[in-house]
Design a protein around this ligand. Structure first.
Ligand code: HPA
Length: 272
């Protein structure tokens, strides 16, 4: 794995030359349009990067994009790798370790998620303040000492200063924000109503199938992390037949909310 990361980073360094990204961005399902706002861009398809897999999930393109956002150089993953696609956890998180290797110290992650907090509505943006993981931990195995310690702390996995900054910008820009706990499980099935009730009971506000492995690896690397969920559907608490979850709906709703999230991310990155 170390060789794959080194090769990917060396390949990218050669393309980027002396442009040093200050932030990494992971664009979730349907949120890839934020990448269109990145200026002076260099687009590198995953399939060209040694060691990188090709992303197969719907609503996910497979590109790394280097460019300017909020007046700062950023590196965005347009499309991520999910555990449910069959990749191992090392591969799911390869983009994050590659970013760290490239000297990136700030990570902005986004995802589409189902709202299980009854106050939430479709289209809401939620600051991720904490998470609950139902994934295998991506750090299982020999510790990669080069990146970080064996037992990383997760008390403030989501950077408190970033959260305060997001809230301040949202006030100025009149963007309504929620704040809550993201619970991630492997998918690819959506949750059963019994699971939704269980997850709500243990403290979840939003449910998804991604992000947590990347955040754990980023924290292991010592990156500061900001996470945002777009509520693309409301989780079903009862076995009703009329309101089924649907991947295409998720993409459509994410696309509508992408503009607000883009504004927030770019203003936050501008202040780095
Ligand atoms: N559950 C899990 N993942 C999701 C959902 C959901 O309801 N919506 C978007 N991603």
């Amino acid at each position: 794995m170390m060789t794959r990361i080194d090769e990917a980073a060396a390949y990218l360094k050669n393309i980027f030359q002396d442009r040093q990204p200050v932030a990494g961005i992971v664009l979730g399902s349907g949120l890839g349009s934020l990448a269109d706002k990145i200026e002076d861009r260099v687009v590198v398809p995953y399939k060209d990067i040694p060691g990188f897999p090709v992303s197969t999930a719907i609503g996910h393109k497979g590109n790394l994009i280097l460019g300017e956002l909020g007046g700062k150089t950023v590196l965005a993953m347009q499309g991520r790798f999910h555990y449910y696609e069959g990749y191992d956890m090392q591969t799911v998180t390869i983009g994050i370790r590659t970013m760290s290797k490239l000297g990136i110290e700030n990570l902005f992650v986004s995802n589409a998620a189902g709202g299980c907090n009854p106050d939430f509505k479709v289209g809401d943006l939620m600051i991720i303040k904490d998470h609950i993981s139902f994934f295998p931990n991506p750090l299982i195995g020999p510790n990669m000492e080069e990146f970080g310690p064996r037992f990383p702390d997760m008390t403030a996995a989501y950077d408190l200063e970033f959260i305060a900054l997001a809230e301040q910008i949202a006030l100025q820009e009149e963007i309504a924000l929620r704040k809550g706990v993201y619970l991630g499980s492997t998918g690819p099935t959506y949750e059963t109503p019994a699971e939704v009730r269980f997850y709500r009971t243990i403290g979840a506000d939003a449910l998804g199938m991604s992000t947590i492995p990347e955040v754990i690896v980023a924290r292991h690397c010592g990156m500061r992390v900001f996470g945002m969920s777009v509520i693309t559907n409301i989780s079903n608490f009862d076995n009703c037949s009329g309101e089924l979850n649907d991947g295409d709906d998720v993409i459509k709703q994410a696309d509508i909310a992408a503009g607000k999230m883009c504004l927030l991310f770019s203003r936050m990155i501008a202040s780095l």
